[in-house]
Ligand binder design. Structure first.
Ligand SMILES: [Zn+2]
Length: 429
């Protein structure tokens, strides 16, 4: 008896039926959000409340950029959703190929595990083959048209090759351990501990070992900036051990700044795009906002939320992983962990959509907190001009649909942020 039977509004559903209906409902919901947002983006006239903030031409251009990106992602989902469903419902085809390859390698003892790893890799190759034309179009046509793309074809290919190599070297062993742990009775606990350790290690090695494969880290050279940043860090006792500028501009004109590191080993990374777009006071204000995230423990909280989310996911998997009918519906006669988890991930998509809304809501709350931290440290006015410049340079959507932004945005719409900051500045006077 399937664990879903009799549980969805009193209707008996098989696993396959549940996946088809829930995917369809979620897909329609997401396209409904897209259509709402497209309606907003088709306005070429500035709404009254934006007249002071942005010129007519800049507004029009940001609307066009937003619409172009949205049409692109809608088209992509029309290709990729059916592809994902096809691969899931016909996964035995790829499994058979993977099994043949595993037999050729001749590892009888670990046949299921080796087959599973090949199965995952074959699926990822299909995703890659379908995804590359989209990535090429996105970078070299869409971003190019709006002046953001700085990549060359050579860099694009190198990025893909490096990503593939990292996938094999890091994700391969990760999946091998993950799938082995799933075979244990107590897998919820084991996998959680493993994910905890893995995430922690990755957070340590990503900035020092992986990121430098993609970007060059150099000294901050902008006049006076290094001293200003050191002063800011000293004033809030931030244990800064490394300050770098990276060549983000070799890929894109979009700008960014970030803080990372653990305990007493903290680094700051500035994209060269941001040092060009903003003056020193504005960069300091942006970093002060970032320090707000650190002061309020947002990274640690995010880490905990992810861990709890994963715990719930695994708990759910333990409810259906032993149900043979789930595997049988998809053409398997035995309970293979990688197949079970693949089907389960698809079952879980509606729940994950709900989690997305909750997590994005929390993240937007954190942004307001970090903004008020910058105001408390007398950087409010500079942060406002910095955000205005960045949003203009990045052609951010200035007038998004509220439902669309609630679901998709990790940052509050820029106008809301600026309004709240101006209010808080008035109160602080
Ligand atoms: Zn932030």
């Amino acid at each position: 008896m399937g664990f879903l039977e009799g549980q969805v509004l009193g209707v008996k559903l098989s696993y396959q039926e549940f996946i088809i209906y829930s995917t369809a409902v979620l897909w329609i919901f997401l396209r409904w959000l897209d259509v709402r947002q497209l309606g907003r983006l088709s306005n070429t006239k500035r709404p009254k409340h934006l007249e002071k903030m942005v010129e007519e031409d800049a507004f029009k251009s940001s609307q066009e950029y937003g619409a172009a990106k949205l049409y692109f992602s809608m088209f992509r989902s029309m290709v990729e959703t059916p592809k994902d469903m096809y691969l899931l419902f016909n996964s035995t085809m790829i499994w058979t190929v993977a099994l043949d390859l595993a037999k050729k390698i001749g590892s009888e003892k670990h046949e299921i595990l080796i087959t599973s790893l090949i199965f995952i890799y074959l699926n990822s190759l299909i995703d890659l083959a379908v995804g590359i034309p989209f990535s090429l179009y996105f970078d070299f046509v869409l971003e190019e048209k709006f002046g953001f793309n700085k990549k060359t074809i050579r860099l694009f290919i190198m990025d893909q090759l490096k990503t593939q190599a990292l996938t094999v070297c890091i994700l391969g062993p990760f999946m091998a351990i993950f799938l082995t742990l799933l075979t244990y009775e107590n897998f919820v606990l084991y996998v959680n501990v493993f994910i905890f350790v893995f995430t922690f290690v990755m957070m340590q090695i990503y900035p020092t070992l992986i990121w430098p494969l993609f970007n060059e880290f150099s000294d901050v050279t902008k006049e006076g900036l290094k001293d200003d940043i050191q002063k800011l860090c000293d004033s809030v006792s931030y244990p800064l051990t490394g300050l770098y500028e990276i060549d983000g501009s070799k890929r894109s004109g979009h700008s960014n700044a970030m803080l990372y590191g653990f305990c007493n080993n903290k680094r700051i990374v500035l994209f060269d795009t941001i040092t060009k777009q903003l003056n020193n006071e504005e960069i300091i204000a942006v970093l002060c906002h970032e320090l707000g995230h650190w002061q309020y423990w947002h990274v640690i909280q995010g880490f905990v939320i992810n861990q709890v989310n994963f715990f719930i996911i695994l708990g759910g998997f333990s409810l259906c992983s032993k149900d043979l009918s789930m595997y049988q519906e998809f053409g398997y006669s035995t309970m293979i962990p990688v197949i079970g988890f693949t089907i389960y991930s698809k079952l879980l998509e509606p729940v994950q959509a709900l989690m997305t809304v909750i997590i994005h809501g929390i993240q937007r709350f954190w942004e307001y907190q970090a903004d008020s931290y910058a105001i408390e440290h007398k950087k409010g006015n500079e942060l406002i001009t910095a955000l205005e410049k960045i949003s203009k340079e990045n052609k951010a959507s200035l007038d998004p649909d509220p439902f669309y932004s609630t679901y998709h945005y990790t940052h509050p719409p820029i106008v809301d942020r600026l309004n709240v900051m101006r209010e808080n500045l008035k109160k602080a006077k």
